[in-house]
Design a protein around this ligand. Structure first.
Ligand code: FAD
Length: 304
């Protein structure tokens, strides 16, 4: 077992790496453990992060890792954290490759995972012409014929948002719709076409969607898809160590990134539904400031 590090960060996406950057600059000893399975890895381009618009997710991370590890007190470990034990001031992280680290404070920046929808052909277009967020990928599909695969309140919400990018869109609920009468009437008033027949398959060529085929025989031609994925936590370690989890699977944190477990923090997609690279990075940076302040306060009081 190694010397006690100040902070252990599980997850090396924008949240974890921006936290590491702040902590490295604050001269804290940091170990970042990351298995490199970011949520956006299927996409070819990331958008909306100032100075990095259009970058590939892997290049974004490469630059971030390079900048973060330039600080000598930050260590990056390409591995999966499998267990966490201990308490505030002395946590132990063990990894799949059998490494072990001791850390005073623990930050979960473990993200979320999109559970794939069970629709034939979706995997062939996901990240190329089927996406989850119009803020991330709507510009590239502007004014194009789109299909929105969603149901219930999510579909109703997206129906209001999508016209910002394209007015030509059709909703496929992929089974009986779950709208209230009011929501259904609203969609009719706005002349939004919708189908509730289950989806048979998605036809595409070279990652470009061509049409969505329904079980009732309808064929909806389109060049882009937005769909509502089912999200699951990127890691079950926060829950295993006693962190409270919200109904949506996020780690419950206060506005400083603190969980209910002393010495344990969370930032980024794992703790917020903002679901943007820049929001995750900002949350990581701000949570790092909280962690650093608490370490300095404890040192001032001779507690740690
Ligand atoms: C298809 C798609 C496209 C997107 N496009 C954009 C876009 O263009 N612009 C934008 O702003 N946002 C985009 N997003 C959202 C963006 O990907 C997330 O908001 C962002 O990645 C969240 O950052 P994070 O650091 O919280 O988590 P992530 O980037 O998901 O990183 C979490 C990391 O933690 C690691 N990890 C988890 N558990 C463990 C463990 N036990 N041990 C070690 N490592 C672990 C994971 O492997 C991963 O590397 C997109 C999302 C999707 C699904």
């Amino acid at each position: 077992m190694e010397a006690l590090h100040d902070v252990g960060i599980i997850g090396g996406g924008p949240a974890g790496l921006n936290a590491a950057l702040m902590l490295g600059r604050a001269r804290k000893t940091v170990v970042v453990v990351d298995e490199d399975r970011p949520r956006n890895r299927v996409t070819h381009e990331s958008h909306g992060f100032l100075t990095r618009d259009g970058i590939t997710p892997s290049e974004f991370r490469r630059i971030a890792r390079e900048q973060v590890t330039a600080y000598p007190s930050v260590r990056f470990v390409a591995d999966r954290a499998v267990t966490i034990t201990g308490t505030d001031g002395d946590f132990q992280i063990t990894t799949a490759q059998g490494l072990a680290f001791r850390v005073k404070k623990l930050l979960f920046a473990t993200g979320m995972k999109d559970a794939p929808l069970d629709i034939e052909g979706l995997i062939d277009v996901y990240g190329s012409s089927a996406f989850v967020c119009p803020y991330c990928d709507g510009w590239e599909l502007r004014d194009q014929p789109l299909v929105l695969i969603a149901n219930g309140a999510k579909a109703h919400h997206m129906a209001k948002i999508l016209p910002g990018w394209s007015r030509q869109y059709t909703i496929c609920t992929n089974g009986p719709d779950e709208w209230t009468d009011e929501q259904r009437n609203e969609l009719r008033q706005h002349k939004v076409p919708f189908f509730d027949s289950p989806i048979l398959r998605i036809d595409s060529q070279d990652g470009k969607v061509q049409q969505v085929v329904l079980e009732d025989g309808s064929e909806i031609a389109c060049t882009g898809i937005f769909f509502a994925p089912t999200l699951v936590p990127g890691s079950d370690l926060p829950e295993a160590i006693g962190c409270q989890i919200t109904e949506t699977g996020a780690v419950l944190v206060d506005s400083f990134g603190k969980t209910n477990v002393p010495g344990v923090y969370s930032a980024g997609d794992s703790a917020s539904a903002a679901y943007q690279l820049i929001a995750a990075a900002a949350a990581g940076a701000l949570t790092a400031v909280t962690i650093n302040s608490e370490l300095l306060e404890a040192a001032w009081n001779n507690e740690i």
